[in-house]
Design a protein around this ligand. Structure first.
Ligand code: HEC
Length: 358
């Protein structure tokens, strides 16, 4: 527990002292206006506003959709969560409805489908880099829109050699127990598990677990922490405290990259798989992800159809390094993309440029 809070504090200080570089004054006006239109695809995992620790967001992108879950507190101080699957817009932002589910399965309870869903508001997310952006939230209760700064939450201690996880980071669930979900993310040798479910009265509740990834790269085990009395959706900042409830331990053991066994505090086990929310079926291929990134970040200069090979863009086919080096060298003014196109995006783009007909 102490460690958890210390990590939060340490990364808050790191963020506050790092300052902000500001824009590049050397860019020409033409490129600046293109830059304004180029939004990034965010990294998956836990996000927050470092100046408002205790409230945050779990998010994952699959193709042109993003699942966004906000963990916060209700007016009575209880931990609560809202969620929505947002759709990517032509400008690269993600918009959709944020909902509150209730009446579903509790931590140790048997399965019951959520019985109540209410609309909390609409939300639009825009990411200027893969690790920073804003959420524009319009609550259904009126008022707003509220502008929420978002930053990727770094919880890794990054000391010593990182253990390579055998499992994927992202949303996990039991397909036969819909309504309850787990956001699992590894950073270095640390695993964060956000558990989203309901209390025994059916109210939505979340727990958080931050533990070391064991040497097998598959196992993460530790206490479920429950916080309370933090910031509400529209309220001013309030620092939360640990709720005085004994929730017990969970143990996550991956059997493959997409399947795992979760042991609950009452020793019951649940078979988990990765949650495929986009088109209800398969994870998009790297080329399909690259196509979306190309439309957002490259089409402005290289044309909407890369097959036309404007400015030799096809040299990037199957070659992430060519793309990254063109950005690093600021070829044709591409340098500003360095904060949105990192190794993952470049390799997706390289796959797309190799199969531009998809
Ligand atoms: C601001 C306009 C602009 C944007 C946006 C842009 N490019 Fe370029 N790109 C250029 C120009 C101009 C060249 C040709 C530079 C030259 O020949 O010196 C180029 C060259 C390239 C090349 C060839 C590099 C080489 O080694 O010859 C690749 C590959 C490439 N771009 C990929 C991309 C990808 C992928 C994106 C999107 C992530 C992108 N570009 C976005 C303007 C742009």
């Amino acid at each position: 527990m102490k460690r958890n809070l210390l990590l939060v504090l340490a990364s808050t200080l790191a963020v506050l002292s790092s300052g902000c570089g500001g824009g590049d004054p050397t860019l020409s006006t033409g490129i600046e206006s293109k830059q304004a239109m180029s939004l990034a695809v965010p990294q998956n995992g836990v996000w927050w506003n470092p100046t408002q620790s205790g409230r945050g967001y779990s998010l994952e992108v699959q193709g042109n959709q993003l699942v966004f879950t906000m963990y916060l507190y209700d007016d009575s101080g209880s931990a609560t969560w809202n969620t929505g699957i947002l759709n990517q817009q032509s400008d690269g932002s993600y918009t959709g409805t944020l909902s509150r589910f209730a009446g579903g399965q509790s931590l140790n309870g048997s399965y019951v489908a959520p019985s109540g869903v209410s609309t909390i508001g609409t939300v639009s997310l825009s990411f200027t880099t893969t690790s920073a952006g804003t959420a524009l939230l319009t609550p259904s209760t009126g008022g707003g829109p509220i502008n929420l700064p978002l930053e990727k939450f770094s919880f890794s201690t990054a000391t010593g050699a990182a253990t390579t996880p055998i499992f994927q980071s992202g949303v996990w669930w039991s397909a036969s127990e819909s309504g309850r979900g787990f956001y699992v993310e590894t950073q270095g040798d640390q695993v964060s598990i956000g558990s989203y479910m309901y209390d025994t009265a059916g109210q939505p509740v979340w727990y958080t677990t931050l533990v070391s990834l064991q040497a097998d790269g598959a196992t993460a085990s530790g206490p479920l922490l429950q916080f309370s009395n933090g910031q509400t959706l529209t309220g001013a900042y309030k620092s939360p405290g640990l709720a005085n409830t004994v929730t017990g331990n969970i143990k996550f053991v991956a059997n493959s990259s997409t399947s795992a066994t979760l042991t609950l505090p009452n020793s019951a086990t649940v078979a988990l798989t990765r949650f495929q929310f986009n088109s209800g079926s398969t994870t998009p291929t790297p080329a399909a992800r690259g196509k979306v990134i190309y439309a957002n970040s490259c089409a402005l200069c290289h044309g909407s159809n890369p097959s036309t090979n404007i400015d030799k863009v096809l040299k990037g086919a199957n070659s992430a390094s060519t793309i990254l080096s063109a950005i690093a060298k600021n070829s044709g003014g591409m340098g500003y993309l360095s904060s949105t196109i990192e190794a993952t995006q470049a390799s997706d783009l390289a796959a797309y440029l190799a199969t531009p007909g998809i």
